[in-house]
Design a protein around this ligand. Structure first.
Ligand SMILES: [Fe+2]
Ligand SMILES: [Fe+2]
Length: 191
């Protein structure tokens, strides 16, 4: 039997996991944090535009009025997120350019299948919330990172835009949690 409070023995023999060799960088690879920042902006710019196109379908398929309102409100916010990103590109004196975001494409694809795989009503609503929260978490992670970069790079205008959007993504996620907790998940048990 293990002794209570016994010190945890740290292994000194752990070996680094076996990997293949380092991945060579592409020709246009980011060379510094500014490049990485700009690449991240292009990526989330694509993601926000794709989300603006996908949200109406989620809205149409939702039943609970509070959920429908939350999605409709977030669609308007998402359009503003697109405009704020355009503001970021402008502040950087760069052309607003979208680069396909594989992560968002996958999340939206998953959202589409969850709609097809659920009966309309509380169960589909619970599925829509799950899919939407995955999207919001992705956005929160992305904007958190980009805001940290903007801070280090002293891009004050960008930082302001990114933090405003980050706040709205967090609020949306919290609202979705509240709707699921107070209304939906319990209804979905018996739907
Ligand atoms: Fe957004
Ligand atoms: Fe969002």
């Amino acid at each position: 039997m293990a002794t209570k409070n016994a010190p945890v023995k740290k292994s000194t023999t752990a070996k680094a996991p076996k990997t293949t060799s380092k991945t060579p960088a592409k020709k246009d690879a980011a060379k510094n944090l500014s490049d990485l920042f700009e690449d991240g902006l292009k990526d989330i710019y694509w993601a926000e535009k794709a989300l603006a196109k996908a949200l109406p379908k989620m809205h149409k398929n939702a039943t609970e009025p509070k959920l429908k309102t939350a999605i409709a409100d977030h669609l308007e916010e998402t359009k503003e997120h697109v405009r704020r990103l355009e503001g970021c590109f402008k502040a950087l004196k760069k052309r607003a350019q979208a680069k396909k975001c594989d992560a968002m494409e996958g999340l939206l694809e998953e959202g589409k299948s969850i709609i097809e795989e659920t009966k309309p009503g509380a169960v589909r609503d619970a599925g829509i919330i799950a899919a939407a929260q995955k999207v919001e978490h992705y956005e929160i992670a992305t904007y958190g990172t980009l805001a940290a970069y903007a801070k280090v790079l002293k891009e004050k205008d960008c930082l302001k835009y990114l933090l405003s959007t980050l706040d709205e993504e967090k609020n949306c996620n919290n609202l979705l949690t509240k709707i699921a907790d107070t209304n939906l998940n319990s209804k979905a048990i018996n739907d």
